[in-house]
Design a protein around this ligand. Structure first.
Ligand code: ADP
Length: 490
């Protein structure tokens, strides 16, 4: 196996193959692992700290209460034995020693002059103690204090004077909290071990979960790569999660659409080739038949050459229309949008087409309901409307009529091209906007049609975010309606 330098590769027995490099840090797998680790480890540490803190505070308060209790009992005894006046009582001295032994502490008896009269450590006897706790205790309030840093608890308890009930002194006991700290340390070690085990377990689990989540995505990527390499019948079926199922479905849909586009492109190319070949074949036949004969009369030459010239014109028309269509297919950014007077634009179109209409004695009328100015690409829409009006004349009867009308509201302008012509059979109406589709091929060809006029018109309307519709009944006539926004929206 080839390993890139600078990478750490971990390969386990199962399906785990992880490469730790820059890519891995940016991967979804890494994010999932990190998230799962954080989600599990943070509460773990919080619980660990909480337990230790709770134990410490509970242990300290229990110990404080115990000492306080002992001090109260002892100070009562001191009172009854009048210990402050006579410190020879063996019972009291034994109790004091016992207390200091049990709790590993020190007891000091302080008289009302704040002088230490008894110290179980025999260090400070005769000295004066002026501490806040002692002074407060002299006023009758027992106090306690926990010094975490120096690991001890200090407790004061007032000593009453015989029968008067006045405060004669203070008992100050300070005990070590070493045993509590030892317990906390044991707790920390064990807790740390548990947290460590949890981290390792969560690491393994999160690697496993991340792998499970990422696997379907990997499968999708592989399938997409297969498809892009040319296996175009391959479809995705990654149903592991709802999301991957939806992704697969969307991808399959897109693939279907691409196939459809590819098919229509192929069809278009074959149609174009066929349409371009037809005039060439006719020309070839005409030329061959002239060449095959000797002493061809000049009249026949003239007739055949006239036919060849017509086929050249036809070829030219097809190429011109194809070029227009290709230009239409370009994106909206290629449009040359300007504010144009639509009334004038239609008048000009009708003027240009007048000679064709006159040839068939077709009456062409323009009805403008209001002056209309709109943001359009003049060349493209002129071509679209010209094609509609030209068709209305071409597929009309002799002495027929064509009505072109223009109207508008606050948002759109509407152009209607109605004719009294041959009409379009219902079953063909859905297809007439397709490239090279002709209801009657020979009739259309006779009329000089290329089968691209309506495709060009529809594309021009669509790039303007407009719509085009056809209403027709065979033998009665046809109406095309076009709706275009007055303001161009990119
Ligand atoms: P063509 O160059 O053949 O006219 P078009 O794309 O312009 O191609 O039109 C497609 C077909 O739709 C035509 O061949 C014709 O059969 C039909 N058609 C279009 N306009 C009309 C109309 N106004 N009346 C009747 N048939 C029409």
């Amino acid at each position: 196996m080839y390993i890139q330098s600078g990478e750490l590769v971990i390969i386990s027995k199962g399906n785990f193959h992880f490469r730790f490099n820059g890519k891995f840090l940016k991967s979804l797998r890494f994010c999932i692992i990190l998230l799962l680790l954080l989600v599990s480890i943070i509460p773990c540490f919080a619980a660990y700290n909480g337990i230790i803190k709770a134990y410490e505070s509970r242990a300290v308060s229990v110990r404080t209460a115990e000492i306080q209790n002992q001090c109260t009992i002892l100070s009562n005894q001191l009172n009854s034995y009048n210990y402050l006046s006579d410190m020879s009582s063996e019972v009291i001295n034994a109790s004091l020693t016992q207390l200091t032994n049990i709790y590993n502490g020190r007891v000091m008896i302080i008289d009302k002059n704040l002088q230490v009269v008894k110290d179980t450590y025999s260090l400070d006897e005769g000295k004066t103690i002026v501490s806040e706790d002692v002074v407060r205790c002299m006023q009758g309030k027992s106090t306690n204090y926990y010094d975490k840093q120096n690991r001890y608890i200090a407790v004061t308890s007032p000593i009453m004077e015989g029968e008067t009930g006045r405060i004669a002194g203070v008992m100050l006991a300070s005990v070590s909290t070493d045993s509590i700290v030892d317990n906390i340390n044991i707790l920390k070690t064990k807790g740390g071990m548990i947290v460590g085990i949890v981290i390792i377990l969560m690491l393994v689990i999160s690697f496993f979960i991340a792998d499970r989540i990422v696997k379907p995505l990997k499968k999708i990527t592989e399938s997409i790569e297969d498809v892009s390499e040319g296996y175009d019948d391959e479809v995705l079926h990654v149903n592991t999660f709802t999301e991957t199922r939806l992704l697969s479905e969307a991808f399959n849909k897109m693939l279907g659409r691409l196939k459809q586009l590819d098919k229509s492109r192929e069809e278009f190319v074959s149609n174009v080739s066929h349409e371009l070949k037809t005039p060439l074949t006719s020309m070839k036949v005409l030329a061959d038949s002239l060449l095959a004969q000797d002493n061809v009369p000049i009249e026949l030459y003239q007739e055949f050459m006239g036919d060849i010239a017509k086929e050249i014109d036809r070829e030219n028309d097809i190429i011109t229309d194809l070029l227009s269509l290709v230009k239409m297919d370009k994106t909206a950014k290629d449009l040359n949008i300007k504010t144009i007077n639509i009334n004038e634009l239609l008048e000009l179109i009708l003027k240009r087409l007048k000679p064709i209409a006159e040839m068939k004695n077709v009456e062409v009328v323009l009805e403008s309901f209001r002056p209309v100015s709109a943001e359009i690409d003049e060349v493209k829409l002129t071509l679209a409307f010209s094609n509609l009006v030209e068709n209305a004349i071409k597929y009309n009867h002799k002495d027929g009529w064509v009505h072109v009308s223009l109207n508008a509201d606050h948002k759109y302008f509407y152009v209607k091209v109605a004719d009294s012509g041959i009409g379009i059979p219902e079953e063909d109406q859905a297809n007439i906007f397709e490239r090279f589709y002709r209801v009657d091929k020979s009739h259309s060809r006779e009329m000089g049609g290329t089968g691209l006029g309506l495709a060009i018109a529809r594309n021009a309307v669509i790039v303007h975010r407009g719509s085009i519709k056809v209403y027709s009944s065979e033998g009665e006539g046809t109406t095309f309606t076009v709706r275009i926004p007055l303001t161009y929206v990119a």
